[in-house]
Unconditional design. Structure first.
Ligand code: 13P
Ligand code: ZN
Length: 264
């Protein structure tokens, strides 16, 4: 019985907690956003071998580094405000097949995973095959950060990163690798997945132009906090602009001072 696994339930509980934050932040209109968590290390051999609840579904590419791995994934079309209340009614555990070419839903109900599964699994596959310990992919739709991607000058990774870093010291500290940018692609496609993986070579946070934000990491709360800190910076930027002035921002020397002080 999957519910007897306390560590697994605690991890799914963190998904519910963060789903609630996404809704209260106003980042999760209707079914906006999705979360996947690699929970393989939390499961016993018997749990990993649970029978499938539905027929296997082919993946668009081989997930060579994820063979036999198990993920909790939010369901397609499901609302974050309901994930927060009932994660197993709005998400499911899926197991990647032994050949990495398909997946099956194994618990608790046959809730089909997010339409962004190609992106999520491609990212998990990339991160694992490059020895990165990031078990989490969080995608959400923060109004202020998406708003920035409508400004052509912010579609330059260095300019965007520098602008948001310069609003508050915490941003430089909490998002040390800066922000990657993926130009507009149709949601849920392998083109979006491939473009995102390219950005993960250097970054843990990626903006999808005119769509949303994505963070990867070892801890779901930390992924949420990274996006929340970027959102705070964007709000400071927009507040200054709305008050009629260009925010001065921290100087290069001030930003560099953080690199030394916090070993960034
Ligand atoms: P899903 O409901 O399929 O997860 O889609 C939401 C979304 O944000 C797509 O990018
Ligand atoms: Zn989205």
């Amino acid at each position: 019985m999957i519910r007897d696994n306390k560590e697994l339930m605690a991890e799914v509980g963190r998904v519910a907690e963060v789903a609630g934050y996404l809704w209260t932040k106003g980042w999760a209109e209707r079914n906006g956003g999705n979360i996947s968590v690699n929970v393989t290390h939390l499961m016993s051999e018997d749990e990993k071998a649970l029978p499938a609840l539905a027929a296997p579904i082919a993946l668009p590419a081989e997930m060579a580094a994820l063979k036999g791995h198990v993920f909790f994934v939010t369901g397609t079309g499901k609302r974050m405000r309901y994930v927060a209340q009932a994660p197993f009614e709005n998400g499911s555990l899926i197991r990647i097949s032994a050949d990495g070419m398909s997946y099956e839903i194994i618990a608790e109900k046959p809730i089909p995973p997010t339409s962004e599964l190609p992106s999520h699994l491609s990212m998990h596959n990339y991160l694992r095959s490059n020895g990165r310990d990031s078990r989490i992919v969080l995608h959400t739709h923060p109004t202020d950060l998406i708003g920035l991607t409508h400004g052509p000058k912010f579609l330059d990774s260095e300019y965007l990163t520098r602008t948001l870093w310069a609003m508050i010291p915490e941003c430089r500290i909490i998002v040390p690798k800066g922000i990657g940018i993926v130009r507009y692609e149709i949601p849920g496609t392998m083109d979006l997945a491939r473009a995102t993986i390219k950005q993960l070579e250097k970054h843990d946070v990626v903006f999808w132009e005119k769509h949303g934000i994505l963070a990867v990491g070892e801890d779901l709360i930390e992924c949420f906090d990274a996006i929340d800190t970027l959102s705070k910076s964007a709000q400071i930027y927009f507040s200054a602009r709305m008050a009629g002035f260009e925010p001065e921002g921290m100087t290069d020397a001030q930003l560099d001072g953080l690199v030394d002080a916090f070993n960034l």
